[in-house]
Design a protein around this ligand. Structure first.
Ligand code: PAF
Length: 282
């Protein structure tokens, strides 16, 4: 198992593969790996000569210090999971110092407005932090393909925009949401839920599927009001937002258009643990 914690070592290790024009697949993660992450790695293994996974809890993308403090850090376990999946996978698990080289701060990015919607509204600075770390990681790894889950659909759109605006030669691959048995979207944050909370969190996906059905006959506004009302009666769950938005621009749907694809997005707090999910309304 090859595990690096220094960017210098990663660059030196990958250099001959890049010179030989080998295909490098990259899966950036913040660790606490679950089946969803492993599915991204499997996708990468299928389509590249080498697969590299980064494990790094990026401080600059957390707008809430408590969330950063409580974010699960399980490096040993993560390495063991990757080893079981495929021991050829290369791991880069840097320290903050190694990757930020002295200045743990975000750069500012313009994503043509994608950053002002949903997660951007509720987590100020989050997408600057994501852009900063993803750009740094891409510059270290120089991947041919990079894999991101659709659970963070807005992040996926933002990364695509980042790559386009910076003329980076990496193909961004979006992968389907992986769900637990009760359809809760897989997330490292699920680890922090009690068994009861985890079971009851099925309400998130159920709401999305019911909203999808309703969207067939109702306006986006009517569906949104229905969801808001539904969560008013929930004591365990606090709705942060529900939005029906254009998949391309992420702008809220005011009036349905036949030429657009819409998606419903939701963020919910369960006992201070923030969960997000989304569903295509096609
Ligand atoms: O989706 C994540 O886990 C993170 O936002 C990412 C892409 C690894 C950047 O820190």
């Amino acid at each position: 198992m090859t595990v690096f914690d220094k960017q210098k070592e990663v660059k030196a290790y990958l250099k001959p593969f890049l010179q030989d024009k080998k295909k490098i697949g990259f899966v950036p993660t913040m660790g606490a790996l679950h089946e969803g992450h492993l599915s991204l790695m499997n996708e990468s293994l299928k389509n590249n000569d080498y697969t590299i996974v980064s494990i790094f809890v990026n401080p600059t993308q957390f707008n809430n210090p408590d969330d950063l403090k409580k974010y699960p850090r399980t490096l040993e376990n993560d390495v063991a999971k990757i080893k079981t999946l495929n021991s050829q996978i290369i791991i880069y698990a840097p320290s903050v110092e190694d990757i930020y080289e002295g200045e743990t701060a975000s750069k500012s990015f313009d994503y043509d407005g994608l950053e002002f919607q949903m997660e951007g509204k509720h987590r100020p600075g989050h997408f600057d932090g994501v852009g900063t770390i993803v750009k740094k990681l891409f510059e270290i790894v120089n991947p041919t393909n990079a894999y991101f889950g659709e659970k963070d659909f807005q992040q996926l759109a933002i990364v695509r925009k980042l790559v386009h605006k910076n003329n980076m030669a990496v193909n961004i691959v979006g992968c389907k949401i992986f769900r637990e048995e009760n359809k809760l979207a897989m997330s490292s944050r699920n680890e922090r839920l009690s068994a009861d909370e985890r079971a009851k969190a099925t309400i998130i996906y159920k709401t999305l599927t019911e909203a999808k059905k309703l969207f067939g006959t109702k306006t986006a506004n009517e569906v949104t009001n229905w969801v808001v009302k539904k969560f008013k009666n929930q004591s365990l769950f606090e709705l942060e937002y529900f939005e029906i938005a254009d998949e391309q621009t992420l702008l809220t749907c005011k009036r349905k258009s036949k030429n657009k694809n819409y998606r419903a997005f939701i963020a919910v707090f369960v006992n201070n643990i923030r969960l997000i999910d989304n569903i295509s309304l096609k």
